[in-house]
Write a protein that binds this ligand. Structure first.
Ligand SMILES: [Zn+2]
Length: 1026
């Protein structure tokens, strides 16, 4: 899956690198609090509990899942013994289970003593602590965390506590994960959606294999009305436990090992949110409303369309039949086998039996679409869109064809299906979804019009490349469980950049990839971050895995590995992994083992990479040089609220790369040193003037030098920027800002390095500098530090003014130049620099002149629209453009411009219209909020709106999803005052099970604290230096 593009696309001007925050920094009270595992989580009666246990296993820091007032406000560190903490957590858990409001039916009384004397109390507590410790050990055994088999709690009381099913009978299962002894082998699914009444009827037959004798069968089902169920032809009673979206059958006698058939007839409404089997609609160019039905199952919504074993490891084959009216077409994963006339005005399409796959990859669409097709080796590739946009599908077809050829060769395994459809869906929440053979996209992620610029093409190409990579990484080989989602998303993200660099070198994906690595570092520096492979249990936790760590950090560590091995070794390892596990499920270690097998390196790939996937965060490497003697030290780069040491013992195996003044720009100059310990010494063969570590920023770490080291690098850059590659220059800028946040370098050091930027001409370092300065600018702006804001503006003008003035406003063809000019001009116009706004107005006038055929260059459109949208008349014109344009890139930019207005009434109007979906489709709501929050005028209104409408918002977007993550980050990431901190804390802790436990909430609180501390620390320096 690909998140919607506003999460990925950098934006300048009022600047932000997407809602995933780049945080101004240093500090958080989370500092000394090791992460918390919310042991009471299984009990739904425990929304927020400040006494949650603190426990840190040896190597993997587990997630804080509870967020209470004390977590937020308490600045004291808690160094209680782990035994006491474990005891506390155990008691929390027990008391929650005893709660009278618990949905569990306790079938066996607890054996705890009821009238304790002081002595028995002490003994009791000791026993409790002991029992709790044992329970914790079992709880955290890796086998228990990630696999079903190791987790059987046969002797625990949990087995005796069954929740009540809807009918009142005890539901025979007590875990969010399904039992392992029954596996689906094949599904026959027949569906009849009615696009007038917006409901559907389903008839499903599941062939299951019983591998362990059992008296029950448990599977997933959500929002369904079950009409009739038969097992082996005999009617059976279905029990349902709605909170866990499970249904079950209890058998009077044990089922022996063997094959069985379950049939269920059911009805359901087409979903009104954006997952499951949902109805989507749009208004065509004649003004008529058109409807269609489509699916979005990843991660947990196949169960909304048909009863199923909805976990990625329960792979099976699927045969799908779809009943439809003749005016629609239907599509599914596989090619259509036949169409039958049902003689009642309806047709039934039957698709071929699928390959073995996971439920979240099943898909079907019923719609009126136009398409184009072509053959690529044995596969027919087709692109579909609504009839109005049939002219915009050719670029995608051509691109998908080229990328399919590339992947067939690169992976050395042919795409296994005979067809591959790419479909643009008018009302779609994610960016795209990799359903096997039937990839669905947001329209602006697939359609390219005649006037689209190379930057629009870059986005479309990149999303197609990502989804095609999933056909291997994700579809052919799938992670066992969502804890290893990064195997899908990290790899697809990595391939999306590397495939395009090879197939479409003009699209300048290299710079783009560098920028997401910086983004990943910023996110992963927070204490609320998580390991790449994390513990995942609840649906919200599954949703939360679709974040920067899985995608961007995942891709970044793969790049680091690729640049440490040889290209050929890396590719061979990947091929071996895919071949060894095709049509199966894997864990991270399976990938590392394959790479270790083919590697000729003197170190174990698995051992090295484990240090990057099972602990959160990344290292800061400090370099001190004394002549030819270089001392290297690593520590966790952790932004925290206090300046006290963190007692953090994380160590990484870092393939440190470096170059020096005698040879620095070519790949052949790169040298490698493996830093595995806390400290090591590197002996240089000769004297050098300077050293630059992390060559081309291919490694996932930040480097700090001693004073002489920094001075020498700055001096070298001032003399000649070309002594380092443009990526090395960008990484120095990124690192120095990050180090100042961490408190390792004074902010004047940042200004010191920035001096060289006057001579900089390359996109990557300039855009990185603009992003960093833009962040500070916005923070000051939001605090109404008017004096500093105006001095910051002057500072930016001194360093970037000439470049801003030199940009052309004509058509441009180089992606790199376009990226740079849109960054510079968006910044210039947002700072209200007259040259820029006048030019923008001029282009707008040309465009709106009567009978004009003038097209605004696509990369300048957002800037021009934003300037125009500040007047009453301009806003109206852009609203009309938004409503009636059939070019998605144009619509998108128009929407951002509408949201950039300073007029509060308009801001409120657009917030309402995008949440209720009446003028602006609801999937755009996170984008609208993000765009509004960039400006001073609207950001507090947006925050209030999100707070007031939280219930409505969480009905539309799942708690934990990237849409929700985006909303929280957009609205809070620029807060930096105590008042806002308290307000955010109060609001989030009031959410209860509607979000208070989300990781993004902790990240938001942490970010506000870091912002506050950063301002307090640096205000003086800024006043002095700006
Ligand atoms: Zn993806």
């Amino acid at each position: 899956m690909e998140p919607a593009n506003h999460l990925n696309q950098p934006e300048y001007g009022a600047i932000e690198r997407a809602p995933v925050p780049r945080n101004m920094i240093e500090n958080s009270m989370f500092e000394e609090e090791p992460d918390v595992v919310d042991l009471a989580k299984e009990s739904p009666t425990n929304p927020i509990d400040s006494d949650d246990a603190v426990y840190e296993p040896r190597n993997s820091r587990l997630l804080v899942r509870g967020l209470g007032e004390n977590d937020l406000d308490e600045d004291e560190e808690d160094y209680e013994s782990s035994a006491r903490l474990l005891g506390m957590s155990f008691m929390n858990r027990s008391s929650n289970q005893r709660s009278t409001s618990s949905p569990y039916t306790r079938q066996q009384p607890s054996g705890l003593c009821s009238m304790p004397s002081a002595k028995t109390l002490v003994v009791g507590v000791l026993i409790l602590v002991l029992v709790a410790s044992i329970a914790m050990v079992i709880y955290f055994l890796p086998g228990c965390t990630f696999t079903r088999n190791g987790c059987k709690k046969d002797n625990s009381t949990m087995d005796n506590i069954y929740p009540n099913s809807t009918s009142g009978e005890p539901f025979p299962w007590t875990d969010l994960r399904l039992p392992g002894g029954v596996h689906p082998v094949h599904y026959d699914i027949s569906l009849h959606p009615n696009l007038t009444s917006m409901n559907f009827r389903g008839n499903i037959s599941i062939t299951v294999q019983v591998t362990e004798v059992t008296n029950k069968m448990v599977l997933h089902s959500s929002y369904m009305n079950i009409v009739k169920a038969t097992f082996q032809g005999k009617e059976v009673k279905i029990l349902e436990y709605k909170p866990w979206q499970q249904i079950a059958i209890k058998f009077p006698e044990d089922l022996q090992k063997g094959m069985y058939f379950l049939n269920i007839i059911y009805t359901a409404n087409l979903s009104t949110s954006y997952d499951g089997f949902y109805n989507s609609s749009y208004v065509d160019t004649t003004g008529a409303k058109r409807v269609l039905a489509t699916t979005q199952f990843e991660p947990l919504a196949a169960r909304k369309a048909f009863p199923c074993f909805d976990e990625p490891a329960f792979k099976s084959t699927f045969l799908i039949k779809m009943i439809r009216e003749p005016k629609y077409i239907s599509l599914s994963n596989m090619p259509k086998a036949k169409t039958t006339d049902l003689k009642n005005g309806l047709l039934e399409d039957e698709f071929e039996k699928s390959v073995i796959m996971s439920t979240y990859l099943v898909a079907f669409v019923v719609a009126e679409f136009n398409s184009v097709s072509k053959n690529v080796s044995k596969t027919t590739v087709s692109v579909y869109a609504v009839p109005d946009k049939k002219d915009q599908i050719h670029y995608a077809l051509d691109t998908a064809g080229k990328l399919l050829e590339f992947y067939n060769t690169f992976f050395d395994i042919d795409y296994p299906l005979l067809k591959l459809d790419l479909v643009a869906i008018p009302d779609f929440l994610a960016g795209a979804m990799e359903n096997w053979g039937l990839i669905t996209f947001r329209e602006n992620m697939l359609l390219v019009g005649n006037d689209s610029s190379p930057i629009d093409k870059q986005l479309v190409t990149s999303v197609i490349a990502h989804e095609l990579a999933h056909q291997w990484f994700g579809n052919l080989v799938t992670m066992k469980w969502w804890n290893d989602l990064w195997l899908n998303e990290g790899f697809a993200t990595y391939m999306q950049y590397t495939s395009i660099e090879t197939v479409f070198p003009d699209l300048d994906m290299d710079t783009e990839f560098l920028s997401i690595r910086f983004k990943a570092l910023a996110n992963d520096a927070l204490n609320s971050s998580h390991p790449v492979s994390s513990i995942v249990k609840t649906p919200e936790q599954v949703e939360e895995m679709f974040d920067s760590v899985s995608y961007e950090k995942g891709a970044s560590i793969l790049l680091m590995l690729n640049s440490t091995l040889t290209e050929e070794e890396f590719r061979k390892g990947v091929i071996e992994y895919l071949q060894a596990h095709e049509f199966q499920n894997t864990k991270s270690e399976d990938l590392w083992n394959s790479l270790t097998n083919v590697s000729k390196q003197p170190f174990s790939v698995a051992q090295m990479m484990n240090t990057w996937t099972i602990q959160k965060g990344f290292p800061l490497v400090t370099v001190t040089r004394n002549g030819t003697q270089v001392t290297l030290t690593q520590e966790h780069f952790l932004l925290n609220a206090k300046n006290a040491p963190t007692h953090d013992s994380s160590l990484w195996h870092i393939p440190l790369t470096y170059v020096n003044d005698s040879c620095s720009a070519l790949s052949s100059c790169k040298q490698v040193f493996h830093l595995k310990d806390k400290t090591a010494t590197l002996k240089l063969p000769d004297q050098v003037k300077w050293l630059k570590f992390n060559y081309r920023s291919d490694g996932f770490y930040i480097v700090h030098y001693d004073n002489e080291g920094w001075e020498a690098l700055i001096e070298a850059l001032r003399n000649d920027v070309k002594v380092l590659t443009h990526k090395d220059r960008a990484s120095l800028i990124n690192n120095v800002f990050a180090l100042s946040r961490l408190g390792k370098v004074p902010f004047r050091q940042v200004f010191n390095l920035m001096e060289y930027i006057k001579n900089e001409t390359e996109t990557a370092p300039l855009t990185e500098a603009l992003i960093q300065l833009g962040q500070i600018f916005r923070l000051l702006d939001k605090r109404s530090e008017l004096h500093l804001v105006s001095r910051m503006k002057s500072y930016i003008l001194v360093y970037f003014g000439t470049l801003m003035g030199n940009q052309s406003w004509q058509l441009e063809s180089s992606v790199s130049k376009m990226t740079l000019r849109s960054a510079l001009l968006e910044m210039a116009c947002s700072l209200d620099i007259a040259n820029c706004t006048q030019q923008a107005k001029h282009l707008y006038d040309l465009w709106t002149a009567p009978n004009s055929t003038y097209q605004i260059p696509s990369d300048l459109m957002r800037t021009v629209f934003k300037v125009a949208a500040q007047t009453e008349e301009g806003w109206g014109v852009i609203l009309e453009t938004y409503k009636y344009s059939i070019s998605d890139p144009e619509k998108h930019k128009a929407l951002e411009a509408l949201a950039s207005t300073q007029d509060v009434r308009k801001i409120l109007w657009i917030l309402h219209k995008s949440l209720d979906g009446s003028v602006i489709p609801t999937p755009e709501f996170p984008l609208v909020v993000n765009a509004i929050c960039k400006n001073f005028a609207g950001y507090l209104y947006a925050w209030d709106f999100v707070k007031e409408n939280w219930d409505k918002i969480t009905q539309k977007f799942p708690v934990g999803s990237f849409a929700i993550q985006s909303l929280i980050t957009s609205t809070t990431s620029q807060f930096s005052t105590k008042t806002h901190l308290m307000e955010a804390q109060n609001f989030f802790s009031s959410l209860g099970d509607k979000g208070s436990q989300m990781r993004i909430v902790q990240e938001a609180i942490e970010t506000i604290k870091l912002n506050k501390r950063w301002i307090e620390t640096n205000l003086e320096t800024l006043q002095e230096w700006l």
